[in-house]
Design a protein around this ligand. Structure first.
Ligand SMILES: Cc1cc2nc3c(=O)[nH]c(=O)nc-3n(C[C@H](O)[C@H](O)[C@H](O)COP(=O)(O)OP(=O)(O)OC[C@H]3O[C@@H](n4cnc5c(N)ncnc54)[C@H](O)[C@@H]3O)c2cc1C
Length: 324
């Protein structure tokens, strides 16, 4: 750990930042801070491949997250950055067309500022659905993308450290960014985040590249998110803390997705994954002062941590730069 620079604050110069968290939110924050000239250490006790971020389907869509007034701008910033990353074959980002079925009728708040979408034709919709949106958005292959993010962090000068932080007071850098997802309240008791369980099934990709989301089931959705080699099939969204895959839920997901996308009928089942979405009443992105030191929280992204990652990281940088 670099020593905390004496006189920081007095001289108005931020030199060192520790980011706690190495999921998509922490890594993106670390990368943006390093790109902006800060000396950054990213500390995490779970490698990226073991995080909730690695379970995610990777669709750009602001699902189960508040407040909408800020989510739109964060999502647009991420949309632009992922659009650029789609040109990098190592990043695991593709721009793919798909269908979002709206069982409860049109709810288009999230399209503000987004171009290139259209109403689905009736013939494109599943039985019983009356509306939907066809749109091309980023689809992020998370295991690939998280590796890309770590590599980009190191290239930008971020030090990646593997250890658990038990107390923010143990960190010596000038500024701390808490991007610890569901576990943020253990570090900052006034932060409110709870887990919402998401289970997915992984199937071999038989050659599909169009995604499908149908939010038409109580406590469950049907979604099919194709990546090169595998398809993330979902899913559930229930307030439950268990991280064990439920075999009955798995079978129901596979059956629903095969019914929705017939090309999956004979696709090999590769496994199950469970993640707990870090849900908060609103994304907690603000500046605190803990024992006199600036602490920025970037937590509570619910079902939209990838979707909002770049926009929120930009705001973290603005808050840290604002200390100077
Ligand atoms: C099934 C499922 C599907 C999803 N699909 C999508 C999707 O399609 N699109 C989308 O945008 N979002 C999706 N999400 C939501 C997304 O996965 C989350 O919002 C996002 O991963 C949260 O990222 P994070 O970095 O905040 O947390 P995490 O990925 O949980 O990372 C937390 C990090 O903090 C570290 N940490 C915590 N406490 C400490 C500590 N005390 N000391 C050291 N390290 C610590 C951990 O080691 C870890 O590295 C989905 C989620 C699930 C469960």
């Amino acid at each position: 750990m670099r020593p905390r620079r004496a006189g920081c604050g007095d001289h108005g110069v931020v030199t060192s930042v520790t980011v706690v968290g190495g999921g998509v939110v922490g890594l993106t924050s670390a990368l943006r801070l390093a790109e902006n000239g800060h000396a950054v250490t990213c500390v995490r006790d779970v490698p990226a491949a073991g995080t909730v971020s690695a379970v995610a389907g990777g669709l750009w869509f602001p699902y189960h997250v508040e407040p909408r007034s800020r989510v739109v701008a964060w999502g647009l910033a991420s949309l632009a950055r992922f659009g650029m990353l789609a040109d990098d074959p190592t990043a695991g980002v593709a721009l793919r067309e798909g269908l979002l079925v709206e069982r409860a009728g049109p709810d288009r708040w999230w399209t503000e500022g987004v171009s290139g979408w259209r109403d689905a034709e009736p013939a494109e919709l599943p039985d019983g659905a009356e509306s939907g949106v066809v749109i091309t958005v980023p689809l992020v292959a998370m295991p690939v993308y998280l590796g890309w993010l770590e590599t980009a962090c190191v290239a930008a000068g971020v030090t990646l450290a593997g250890r658990r932080v038990d107390d923010l007071a143990d960190i010596e850098d000038d500024v701390v960014v808490v991007a610890a997802g569901l576990r943020a309240p253990a570090l900052l008791p006034d932060v409110e985040v709870t887990g919402s369980r998401g289970q997915v099934a992984l199937l071999a990709n038989p050659g599909i590249d169009r995604w499908f989301v149908d939010d038409g089931f109580e406590g469950a959705m049907t979604y099919v998110l194709p990546h090169p080699g595998w398809v993330v099939c979902g899913g559930t969204d229930v307030p439950d803390g268990s991280e064990e895959a439920d075999p009955a839920v798995h079978d129901a997901i596979v059956a629903r997705c095969r019914a929705a996308v017939p090309e999956l009928r004979d696709a090999e089942v590769l496994g199950s994954r469970v993640g707990l979405r870090p849900v908060a009443p609103a994304v907690d992105l603000r500046l605190h002062h803990v024992h006199g030191r600036p602490v920025v929280t970037n937590v509570g992204h619910g079902g939209a941590g990838i979707t909002l990652s770049w926009g929120c990281a930009d705001e973290v940088v603005a808050l840290v730069d604002g200390l100077e």
